[in-house]
Write a protein that binds this ligand. Structure first.
Ligand code: ATP
Ligand code: MG
Length: 400
């Protein structure tokens, strides 16, 4: 058994010792069979959250009403979820309340795709009533049961299908694919937050371009925030080789393609409920991408953009212009950045107090203006970043 499972094996043993069943389930078992890196090991059990709490001293309530509790076991957090069925769905969404059950098979039955409905016991034996292993071998994404029913129960599963398509490069089985087209409008009932999680996993997947195509072909894009009328622009993104881009850069490329103004870009990203900090960063790189379209970097622009954004913008610039450039150009830019006199305004060897003392003036907007001038002069190497040369230069400026 592989490492993350070995570490968790004792946890299963302890649950079983208290008279309950416990198995590894979901993504970790799938990724084990796929020989992919295993992120988190999730556990399904016949014990209720209360019963789990009675076994382990350290637990964190995260969604007890859904049967999920985190057990801190030898310092590692594990999501332990009670076997449950989701018999009654609420208007095409996952249910608010679930029914705890004692049967593993019923629990596996409520899962989305056959590849995600495999359990593994502590000895590494698979419990695979829906032939998930065969689906993995055949590289197929197929719902547990009829796709049209499963998508009507919880429409988010359609987004999950395309995000797995992006991550794994598997085919989507014919009836599952057909159901994507038929039931795409049901995505309207799903919260943006849930759509965002899956869409970002899609953007990060290796097969992202094919997956975005799938979103266009199936019509899913029409039910995603602000993408409804953007099929053509989205289709343009699909002509690029985006394999080296990060998620933020993917967002950047998408909104660049939409030719929005600053406000429009912010509104687009806000409509996806991205956190403000990330919106600001994406906005920053797109702004500099517009600069880069017809200009070259200078010390001053490299300084104001910052190293991370310069590299992101270069990647995007090359992507858009389909340039497969070696690393030399980027190395030169990094060198240029590294040899800047300062990287940050706080490194300037002059303060507002210095200026007040030197010029015997009361504080006012002139301080900020002067600091800006000094900053520019230092970056452009007109003066060195030392108090004396700054003062000397300012005196000279005043005289002229
Ligand atoms: P990842 O590696 O990205 O975490 P995952 O398969 O573990 O992939 P999760 O979102 O963590 O995906 O969900 C864990 C498991 O819960 C899934 O493998 C699946 O069995 C089940 N599941 C998650 N969401 C749904 C859903 N909307 N409908 C049915 N089952 C679901
Ligand atoms: Mg998971």
């Amino acid at each position: 058994m592989k490492d993350p499972f070995l570490a968790a094996k004792q946890l299963l043993i302890e649950i079983e010792a208290s008279g309950f069943e416990a198995y590894f389930v979901g993504g970790s078992v799938r990724d084990l069979l796929l020989e992919r890196e295993i992120s988190d090991v999730d556990i399904a059990t016949s014990a209720t959250p209360q019963e789990i709490k009675a076994i382990f001293p350290k637990t964190i309530d995260v969604g007890v009403e859904h049967g999920t509790i985190i057990v801190l076991f030898h310092g590692i957090p594990y999501e332990v979820t009670t076997f449950r069925s989701e018999a009654e769905y609420e208007a095409f969404r996952r249910p608010k309340e679930v029914k705890f059950i004692r049967s593993l098979e019923e629990d596996l039955q409520r899962r989305d795709f056959t590849m995600n409905a495999i359990a593994m016991d502590k000895e590494g034996q698979l419990i695979d009533p829906f032939q998930g292993k065969v689906a993995i071998e055949n590289q197929t994404i197929q719902t547990v049961g009829k796709a049209k029913e499963r998508f009507q129960e919880d429409a988010l599963r359609m987004m999950r299908a395309v995000r797995f398509y992006s991550q794994l490069g598997f085919e989507i089985e014919a009836s599952t694919r057909e159901a994507l087209i038929t039931y795409a409008p049901l995505l309207e009932h799903i919260s943006t937050e849930r759509k965002l999680v899956e869409f970002e996993k899609l953007l990060a997947g290796e097969n992202r371009i094919e997956a975005l195509k799938m979103i266009c072909i199936t019509g899913l894009y029409q039910y995603l925030p602000n993408l409804t009328s953007r099929k053509d622009e989205l289709a343009h993104v699909l002509t690029y080789d985006c394999s080296r881009l990060t998620i933020e850069e993917m967002w950047g490329l998408i909104i660049y393609q939409f030719s929005l103004d600053e406000k429009g870009r912010i509104n687009f990203l806000k409509s996806w409920k991205l956190p403000m900090k990330r919106i600001k960063y994406i906005q920053h790189i797109v702004r500099w991408l517009y600069f880069r379209v017809d200009k070259k970097w200078t010390d001053e622009t490299i300084y104001h953009a910052g190293k991370e954004a310069v590299l992101a913008v270069e990647k995007l610039f090359n992507t858009i212009h389909k340039i497969t450039e070696g690393t030399k150009h980027v190395e030169r830019l990094i060198d240029q950045y590294e040899s800047l006199a300062i990287k940050n305004r706080s490194e300037l060897q002059v303060t507002g107090t210095d200026l007040q003392t030197w010029f015997q003036r009361t504080p006012g907007p002139w301080i900020k203006e002067t600091i800006n001038q000094v900053e520019e002069a230092v970056i452009n190497q007109k003066i060195s970043n030392h108090k004396e040369s700054i003062k000397e230069w300012l005196d000279k400026c005043k005289q002229s």
